[in-house]
Design a protein. Structure first.
Length: 748
């Protein structure tokens, strides 16, 4: 619900209620000033929250605001523009072009409110991933502001979800001036928390290849604390997410405002603290190699930024993201369909396979109840290692005699679905494609091209390249009944210039690359709607909300070690729902870490998300195959609970339990009606006489739950306040899964 009231000076004050959160801002002498973002507040009259104290006599102030205290440098703004007195990081920075009413080459902009409109639901966004919502599910406020001197217009979109404490923002820059403008920085969202009532921290997800999305909390500092990517992809290194959290906040208590950016490319999320303690939180396209020439009459639409607002800790912030992304961002036939349990041959064979080997794996898979075989890298061109053939998307008949169709036929005759790996955006210098089209690689004339994994990146800004790719992928996908595609992306951009654009537009390439990627993904998902698309980028190097718009699941990390996966998967859960987190049981000792972990524990950890196997089934013992049969059964049994339930992190590997850090991890999911729950507990490092009381969350306090394994009964409130008693001498790498079912009324 969005209410509009009037301030003392008769200007509008907007109060957006999203679930149990409030977001409010008002107009003051035409400036859009932020008032509040947090747990729901009852009053609409929130103008009193404006701090009317001038702090500094030397700061400039707009010539037409009579109040002596008012300065843009301290005003809590909604979309601060550069050059007119706010010296903090700006959301908008541009240069006015020839023919402008203001000096050519100048950068100053001052945005003033013009009008607003409220529409039911959420207007759709063309050609970019975006949250979607029907009329009854959300309300959208569109505020139009203008720079009176140049005539430039900005439209700010705010969607308040009705059932979730989430506000989705984006900005549209309309060049309503007679001259071109060059955008140099155009962020999607910015808001100023004028007074932090307690010290705040920034929580974010950092990592690298094989070690993605580890959590870190860092105190804010005067000046900026930021996370970003300049790699051309959202990256392994930082995820496009950060949360402003109160220092005392934990999973269940305290304020947390999460900011997640729906973009697959360069981004920045920053928190800037001014000398008076006001914190500016913002998200947008990283400006280092960004500029955009906007002609008169043209519009630039930013990606969306999502705020998840929680007054009850980090767990609730995450559950809001989970539901929003599962139900209002992921799309397509596979959004709600039960995903097949798959076996991927990558860690089973790497590049050394042929039809017979794959058929042998498929036979054992079928025998164990696995439902899909995924053929990974190495089936095309002359690809026997990672040094050639990307772009040569035709079958290597030495490996797969007769092409794809006979193999797919063999696999399907065993009752399995078939999936295939592609890395569409890449080109190997050793490939037929590169021989024909050397200019299709992103490159800078006169400068050698950097290689990574012996490959270059295709120029996705070019429509001829995208048309060719669409044709090449379509012909493979139409050549046999294919149910799944793993879409990989194994290097980042360098020397990112393009022959397709004039010199003054070269700063557009990185963003146009991302738009080109979206275009190709949209065409493929429309042409092959039955295909389950799984994103991948050397593991989780592009695990972001934009990719989830096209692929409802993403390969989480190339590190498949169950213990390492605890950090990775639980870190990923801060934003992304379990249904999107791809997890496979792989061989022991693990190929990345050499660590041995029991089959049971590997299964328990992999069941934290979209479940599968990644090992040579033909080498397993009968006992291990029996365990697979049981795991597949369990996975189907708990599918709805894991994928549609509410997720609670109970213990992170980085937590200290009984004086020991890094000793265990635990999480649980609870069905929406709270009638059942699945608790997973993993011991990373066993020790003598540990006492593990595991306090549960999200249960019905008044209900009685039965532990299906032992028959023991507990009150919901007992499990949440006193906890499960898990005390025993746990061994390294041991784990337990406990299924709790609400008992009939007769009680304990
Ligand atoms: C990437 C992926 C792996 C595998 C290889 C194949 O590293 O993350 O899962 O597909 O590529 O080359």
């Amino acid at each position: 619900m969005i209410t509009v009231s009037k301030t003392a000076s008769g200007e509008p004050l907007f109060h957006l209620r999203a679930g149990d959160a409030s977001y409010a801002f008002s107009v003051f002498h035409g400036f859009l000033l932020h008032l509040y973002c947090g747990p729901a507040v009852a009053d609409d009259d929130l103008e009193y929250l404006l701090v009317r104290v001038g702090h500094d006599s030397v700061v400039p102030r707009p010539s037409d605001t009579p109040e002596g205290w008012f300065s843009l440098d301290i005003a809590p703004q909604e979309y601060p523009a550069y050059g007119t007195g706010d010296y903090r990081p700006s959301a908008l920075m541009l240069r006015h072009g020839e023919g402008s009413a203001v000096a050519q080459g100048s950068a100053a902009v001052s945005l003033r409110y013009v009008s607003h409109e409220i529409v039911p639901g959420k207007p759709s966004v063309d050609s970019q991933p975006a949250v979607y919502a029907n009329d009854g599910e959300a309300d959208t406020l569109i505020v139009t502001a203008r720079d009176p001197s140049s005539g430039l217009t900005v439209r700010l979109y705010y969607t308040a979800m009705r059932a979730l404490p989430a506000v989705i923002r984006r900005a549209v820059i309309d060049n309503t001036t007679p001259a071109p403008v060059t955008l140099e920085r155009v962020y999607s969202a910015s808001l100023d928390f004028a007074v932090m009532t307690e010290p705040a921290e920034l929580l974010h997800l950092w990592g690298t290849w094989g070690r993605e999305r580890h959590t870190e909390r860092t105190p804010l500092a005067h000046g900026s604390v930021s996370v970003s990517s300049r790699r051309g992809a959202s990256s392994h290194h930082h995820n496009p997410f950060a949360a402003l959290v109160s220092a005392s906040a934990d999973e269940t208590h305290g304020t947390a405002v999460g900011l997640s950016f729906i973009y697959a490319g360069n981004f920045e999320i920053l928190a800037d603290t001014d000398p008076f303690g006001s914190v500016r939180l913002m998200a947008g396209i990283e400006p280092t190699d960004f500029s955009w020439l906007l002609g008169p009459g043209e519009a630039f639409v930013t990606p969306e930024a999502v705020l998840s607002i929680s007054g009850e800790g980090l767990g609730k912030m995450s559950r809001t993201f989970h539901r929003l992304y599962r139900e209002h961002l992921c799309r397509g036939e596979w959004r709600d369909r039960e995903r097949p349990v798959l076996v991927n041959n990558w860690e089973a064979t790497y590049f050394r396979f042929d039809s017979d080997k794959l058929a042998a794996i498929a036979k054992d898979a079928a025998d164990c109840g696995i439902e899909m075989l995924v053929m990974d890298d190495g089936w095309f061109g002359c690809r026997n290692d990672d040094r050639s053939s990307l772009g040569d998307w035709f079958v290597n008949e030495d490996k797969l005699p007769g092409g794809l169709a006979p193999l797919v036929q063999r696999v399907r005759s065993l009752g399995l679905k078939f999936g295939i790996w592609f890395e569409p955006e890449m080109i190997s210098p050793r490939s037929e494609l590169f021989d024909r089209h050397p200019d299709w690689a992103l490159h800078t004339e006169g400068r050698p091209l950097s290689v990574a994994r012996s490959q270059y990146v295709l120029d996705m800004t070019r429509s001829d390249v995208r048309d060719w790719l669409f044709g090449a992928l379509s012909s493979v996908l139409s050549s046999a009944p294919i149910d799944y595609v793993k879409w990989d992306f194994n290097r980042n951009l360098t020397e990112a210039a393009s022959l397709s654009l004039p010199p003054e537009r070269q700063g557009e390439i990185q963003h146009r690359y991302v738009l080109g990627l979206y275009d190709l993904l949209e065409r493929i998902t429309r042409a092959f709607p039955h295909i389950l698309l799984e994103g991948c980028s050397s593991g989780g190097g592009r695990f972001d909300p934009a990719m989830l718009y096209y692929s409802p699941q993403f390969w989480t990390s190339d590190d498949t070690d169950a213990m390492e996966r605890l950090d990775i998967q639980l870190g990923t859960s801060f934003v992304y729902p379990p249904s999107s987190i791809s997890c496979h049981v792989s061989a022991s000792p693990n190929h990345q870490t050499g660590r041995a972990t029991s089959f049971v524990t590997r299964g328990h950890v992999a069941m934290g998300g979209a479940f599968g196997y990644e090992l040579d089934l033909t080498k397993l013992s009968d006992e291990e195959k029996d365990l697979i049969r049981q795991q597949v059964k369990d996975y189907h049994r708990y599918y709805a609970l894991i994928n549609r339930g509410d997720f609670y992190r109970l213990i992170l590997p980085s937590d200290t339990v009984n004086g020991k850090t890094g000793s265990c991890a635990a999480w649980m999911t609870v069905s929406e009606d709270r009638s059942e729950a699945l608790v997973t507990f993993v011991v990373i490092r066993g020790s003598i006489h540990p006492v593990y009381f595991l306090k549960l969350e999200g249960l019905d306090p008044d209900a009685v739950y039965e532990d299906e394994g032992t028959g023991a009964r507990y009150g919901g409130s007992t499990l949440m306040h006193a906890g499960l008693n898990l005390a025993k001498n746990w061994r390294d790498g041991e784990s337990a899964v406990i299924h709790l079912i609400k008992a009939p009324e007769e009680g304990l």
